[in-house]
Write a new protein. Structure first.
Length: 339
C-alpha cells in the first residue's frame, strides 16, 4: 500500500462513511470489564441482511479496564456482525497469557473465525498456530502490523504505528516543540512502543518517555504531574490514548505547566477538548473501521474466498489528524460512539 495515502491531507478514509452509516442501525454496547478474564455474546444484535448461514466469530482483544477505545472497535464489529448474520462473541484481557487462553477457548468452541489483537505477539504465537491447525481462519486488527504475517494471520486491519508516530513527530516540528514527553500506559505493548519510537525518529527536539500504570488513572495523573513539575521546559505531552490525554490536561494544570497536549486516538470527550483548544490534535486510526473490517473480512472469506490486501499487505485505517480545522465534522460521529 502506498504510504503517501497516509498524509495529513487525507483526513478521512472513504470507507468510514459506509461504516458509520451501518452503526446507526445498531444499539450501543458497553465495554468489557477488562482486567479479569471476560467473555460476552452479542445475543441482542439483530440478524442483518445476509442470507448466508449463521456463523460464529470470536473477537479477542487486549482491552484494559476503562479504555473507551475498545467500545468503538466493538461497535464496528457489531455492525458488521448484524449485517452479515454473524454471532459475535467478544472477550478481552490485558494479560497476554490470559488473552491466549481466551483464544484457546474460542478454538475449543469451534468458532468459524477469530479476530485478534497482537499487542504482545510472542505470547499468542502458539495459540494462533493451534487455530490454524484446527482449520479456523484468523485475522488481526489494531496491534501487530509488524507481526501478523510472521504468525500466519490471513489479513490485518489497523495503522502502521511507526508511520503514525513519524507523522506526529513532524507535526510537533511544525508546532515548534522543543522538549516533549511520550507517555506509555502499558509497558511491553509493541504498538505503543512503536508510536513513541516513530515520534523520536522524526522529531528534531528532545523526546523523553514516561511509563505510567494505565489501569490506575489517579496514578497516571500524579506521575505526569510530577514529571511536569520537575521539568518546566517540557512544552508538549504526547499521550497514546484519549483518556490519558484528558488526564494529562489536568496534570499540566496542577503542575502549573504551559505544556500542550497531543494524543493518539479519539473519543467524544476528546473531540470536545480539541474544539475548546485544551488538546491540540489527535491521530485517528479509526477503530470502528478496524472492528468492522475484521468481522466483515471473515464473512467474506467464508462465503466468497476473499482476502483483503491479498494476504500480502495490511489494510491501513490511519493515521489521520483531527484538529480544530476538521473536528466539527468528526465530533458528530464521535458523539454516537463510532469515531
Amino acid at each position: 500500500m502506498d504510504r503517501s495515502s497516509l498524509s495529513r491531507s487525507r483526513r478521512f478514509a472513504p470507507a468510514v462513511a459506509l461504516a458509520a452509516a451501518a452503526a446507526l442501525t445498531l444499539a450501543g454496547c458497553s465495554s468489557s470489564s477488562g482486567g479479569k478474564k471476560s467473555e460476552e455474546s452479542a445475543d441482542g444484535a439483530s440478524a442483518g441482511k445476509a442470507t448466508t448461514p449463521r456463523m460464529t466469530i470470536a473477537l479477542v482483544t487486549h482491552q484494559s479496564p476503562g479504555d473507551t477505545f475498545w467500545d468503538i472497535v466493538r461497535k464496528g464489529a457489531q455492525a458488521a456482525a448484524a449485517k452479515d448474520n454473524v454471532d459475535l462473541v467478544y472477550s478481552a484481557d490485558p494479560s497476554a497469557a490470559n488473552q491466549a487462553t481466551l483464544v484457546q477457548n474460542a478454538i475449543d468452541k469451534k468458532v468459524d473465525g477469530i479476530a485478534i489483537t497482537l499487542a504482545k505477539p510472542d505470547a499468542l504465537k502458539d495459540v494462533v498456530a493451534k487455530a490454524k491447525a484446527a482449520g479456523i481462519p484468523v485475522v488481526g486488527l489494531n496491534s501487530g502490523v509488524s507481526d501478523w504475517q510472521k504468525l500466519g494471520l490471513m489479513e490485518f486491519f489497523g495503522q502502521d504505528e511507526s508511520v503514525a508516530g513519524e507523522a506526529l513527530g513532524k507535526r510537533l516540528n511544525e508546532a515548534g516543540a522543543k522538549n516533549a514527553v511520550c507517555v506509555i500506559q502499558e509497558q511491553g505493548n509493541i504498538g505503543l512502543t512503536q508510536r513513541c519510537d516513530g515520534v523520536k525518529k522524526t522529531f528534531t527536539g528532545k523526546l523523553q518517555t514516561l511509563n505510567v500504570n494505565g489501569t490506575d488513572m489517579p496514578s497516571v495523573k500524579s506521575t505526569i504531574t510530577a514529571k511536569l513539575t520537575q521539568d518546566k521546559s517540557i512544552d508538549y505531552v504526547v499521550t497514546l490514548g484519549a483518556p490519558f490525554a484528558l488526564t494529562a490536561v489536568q496534570s499540566a494544570s496542577d503542575a502549573g505547566s504551559k505544556a500542550k497536549i497531543a494524543t493518539f486516538d479519539l473519543n467524544k470527550d476528546l473531540t470536545g477538548a480539541i474544539s475548546k483548544g485544551t488538546i491540540e490534535f489527535a491521530v485517528d486510526q479509526q477503530p470502528y473501521l478496524q472492528g468492522y473490517l475484521a468481522i466483515d473480512s471473515l464473512w467474506l472469506y467464508k462465503n466468497n474466498g476473499n482476502y483483503m490486501g491479498g494476504g500480502e499487505q495490511p489494510v491501513l485505517t490511519g493515521p489521520a489528524f483531527v484538529d480544530k480545522s476538521n473536528v466539527d465534522a468528526v465530533a458528530a460521529f464521535a458523539a454516537k460512539g463510532t469515531r
